[in-house]
Design a protein around this ligand. Structure first.
Ligand code: ATP
Ligand code: MG
Length: 262
């Protein structure tokens, strides 16, 4: 599909195209397309830009990944379709392992995602087939199945686009959970240790850059960043941002200029 460069919703349409392509490749499931729609709604409210509270969370997330003994990047279909190259780059910079973790798990889909990541430069991809042999204590979805070398033993897990149940399960296991979620009110956002309220397509490249930058810093500086970080404050700032933006929009002229729209 050709989207004209001047189209006001071009970026958003290009992201949708990537997901549709991922769907055709067997990487994304229909439910993933719906989840994206929920995210888009919040992106609209956030002004479709990375805001300061997201930058603060990105910095803390980079520090946490660099300080971790055993960091893992948990990858689902939407994340793989949207930011495969950044997943690989982040894993290189931080030494984090990459693990496929799916709500709707099939062998074919696991392999399609692993192949797609390898096509973008990934080495080993955990969580495929028999490797997902351990389980985390969680009641429902297939996301309970994890790699005994990956998420099971990880101290820090990055979960771009996670489900609330599993975020809570990972926290109960004592892990540091870093979430990327456009909805500051989701259970994922509220249960995570560090929540990046931003679109994964904007947040991931920034996270890679921040990790590259902080990699040169000492351990004590990284610890200072984490100790000064308050996730509740960051979430409140995200909600306040939406509130203030809506207040300002509500007092402005909203209708577009067309003949008869006076
Ligand atoms: P939770 O289970 O955490 O309470 P939920 O049930 O409302 O959340 P899910 O359907 O489990 O939501 O997952 C979709 C989540 O992913 C939504 O919170 C949505 O904001 C977020 N999301 C979707 N697409 C993106 C994206 N491109 N970048 C960041 N977040 C996204
Ligand atoms: Mg959910």
């Amino acid at each position: 599909m050709r989207i004209p460069p001047s189209h006001p919703r071009r970026e958003s349409l290009l992201i949708r195209e990537k997901l549709v392509e991922g769907f055709k490749r067997g990487i994304v499931v229909p439910e993933g397309l719906i989840a994206h729609g929920r995210g888009e709604c919040f992106d609209y409210l956030l002004g479709e830009k990375t805001q300061l509270f997201a930058l603060e969370a990105i910095k803390a997330a980079a520090a946490a990944l660099l300080l971790a003994d055993h960091p893992v990047i948990s990858v689902n279909g939407n994340t793989a379709a949207l930011v495969p190259g950044d997943i690989v780059r982040l894993s290189r910079v931080t030494g984090a392992l990459i693990e496929v973790n799916l709500f709707y798990r099939t062998r074919g889909r696991e392999e399609a995602i692993a192949d797609w990541l390898k096509k973008h430069g990934a080495g080993e991809v955990l969580g495929v087939g028999d490797d997902a042999s351990a389980t985390i204590p969680e009641l429902f979805s297939e996301r309970r199945r994890v790699s005994p070398r990956g998420i099971l033993v990880a101290d820090t897990v990055l979960v771009p686009l996670e489900d609330g149940d599993r975020t809570e399960a990972l926290r109960k296991m004592g892990k540091t959970v870093i979430a990327i979620d456009l909805n500051p009110l989701s259970r994922t956002s509220r249960a995570a240790s560090i929540t990046i309220v931003d679109n994964v397509v904007r947040a991931m490249p920034l996270l890679v850059r921040e990790a590259e930058k902080l990699k040169r810093e000492s351990k004590s500086i990284l610890e200072k960043i984490i100790n000064g970080y308050d996730n509740d404050r960051v979430l409140r700032r995200a909600v306040e941002f939406i509130r203030d933006r809506l207040t300002s929009l509500a007092s402005s002229r909203l209708i577009l200029d067309f003949p008869g729209n006076g």
